[in-house]
Write a protein that binds this ligand. Structure first.
Ligand code: FHN
Length: 433
């Protein structure tokens, strides 16, 4: 079967007015923070391949041994308000946190399984409840990541394509697993106030098995939308969106690019999002110090906006519950850039000019922003035929000479790129009309 065929159970879906409004909000937001936090965070990426949150699979740790990590999970320095303030100052408008990753451990109070942060750890606190309250106070929307793949639940059977076979039970009741998943989603959608949405991952684990059509996606999506119609559903299945989904994400790729080898799906008409790491890992990785520079991350944010997509940037909290200091510094710098240049990103849409080798454009009513990311010298041609009333360099408001051409216009860029953060993206604002 073709990878892109929707699952057989899919039915038609008509989003509600609240949901459509939430999609607009989502697109206006443009910048979110992703958090991978779980038992794996304690081990700091010391697995065979260093993908921190995959250590259970990488090292083939049997569930009965891995479970012991819960006894030591005690991130007493976790301060949800401090996190929310850091994200807010970075210019983010929403937060997505792992409520359960592939390891199967619930980072929230769950009656559906004792394998959760409140019942199984000495911490006994519900970090998602604390974060929900802090985000609400700070004016950030909170989304929950939820892994459909589960290396711990005995009914997650047969094992899928990830290969985590170590001491897995040799049988299981798949429908019981889906009931469990839905029970946890019900908890997430009823105990934390209005949430931004559910960010699914792990469906791909069973895409090549007989279980592919047995996820009961329709039922699960209907449950979510009936509990919170405005909650947006996205599923990182790397395929063209299925009915019932409200946005499409691309993992570590700008929409339409496929440098990772698994984002083969076409770009849909739904709101878009690109998820990216700050070093090479999603979960906290103490041995990976290949941090991307602030300039690189801003360029990804701008590249995403120019392709009409949000930028969801990940950080992996440390075992004590604090954010990594290296990441906090970068977040601060992103906030400084967004303070100056935010109008060219927030509440814009991609275009009107399609992405070019030199950069991208974003637009808002009556305005176009030209983001010049790579340019050596000479005039820059823009295939834009609308009349331009005024062209200004956003960094200091100085006028940019515009020369009309029959098929567009030519901009004369300043001879030098700006200093420091002003040099990451030369933004020119065109006022139309
Ligand atoms: O396997 C996961 C991975 O650990 C991480 O959560 C990323 C985030 O987009 N998604 C999965 C791979 O597609």
């Amino acid at each position: 079967r073709a990878d892109t065929a929707p699952p057989a159970v899919a039915q038609a879906y008509a989003p509600t007015a609240e949901n459509l409004a939430a999609r607009q909000w989502f697109q206006d937001a443009r910048f979110g923070i992703f958090l991978h936090w779980g038992l794996y965070s304690e081990l700091g990426g010391a697995g065979k391949m260093g993908i921190a949150e995959w250590i259970m699979d990488e090292n083939q740790i049997p569930a009965r041994h891995y479970e012991r990590l819960a006894r030591f999970f005690n991130p007493t320095a976790f301060d949800a308000d401090a996190w929310a303030q850091t994200f807010k100052a970075a210019g983010a408008r929403y937060v997505v946190i792992t409520s359960k990753h592939h390891e199967g451990f619930a980072m929230f109070a769950s009656k559906a399984s004792p394998y959760n942060v409140v019942d199984a750890t000495p911490f006994h606190r519900d970090p998602l409840a604390e974060l929900a309250a802090a985000c609400r106070k700070a004016g950030l929307k909170l989304f929950f990541y939820y892994s459909q793949l589960d290396w711990h639940h005995p009914d997650y059977f047969p094992q899928g394509t990830t290969g985590h076979a170590s001491e897995r039970p040799a049988g299981g009741d798949w429908d019981r697993y889906i009931d469990f998943e839905q029970a946890q989603l019900r908890e997430l959608l009823t105990h934390y106030g209005p949430i931004g949405g559910i960010w699914f991952d792990g469906w791909w684990d069973q895409k090549d098995t007989a279980m592919r059509d047995r996820w009961r996606l329709d039922e699960t999506y209907r449950l979510i939308h009936s509990l919170q119609p405005a909650a947006l559903i996205g599923n990182n299945h790397h395929q063209t969106p299925f009915p019932g989904e409200d946005f499409q994400m691309f993992e570590r790729d700008l929409p339409g690019e496929n440098s990772m080898g698994f984002n083969k799906a076409g770009v849909s008409a739904l709101p878009l999002e690109m998820a990216e790491t700050m070093n090479g890992s999603w979960g906290f990785n103490m041995i990976d110090d290949q941090y991307k520079s602030t300039a690189t991350l801003i360029r990804s944010l701008v590249g995403a906006a120019g392709r009409n997509a949000n930028f969801l940037m990940n950080t992996g909290p440390m075992p004590n519950g604090e954010l990594q200091p290296e990441n906090v510094q970068t977040l601060k710098e992103m906030g400084q850039w967004l303070k100056r240049y935010g109008e060219s990103v927030y509440q814009t849409r991609g275009g009107p000019v399609t992405p070019r080798p030199w950069g991208v454009t974003t637009q808002a009513p009556g305005r176009v922003y030209v983001h010049v990311l790579d340019w050596k010298d000479g005039p820059l041609f823009l295939p834009l035929t609308q009349a331009v009333r005024k062209a200004t360099l956003l960094r200091d408001g100085s006028a940019v000479p515009v020369q009309p051409r029959p098929d567009g216009l030519e901009l004369t860029l300043p001879a030098t790129a700006g200093e420091g953060m002003d040099g990451w993206d030369r933004v020119i604002r065109l006022d139309l009309g």
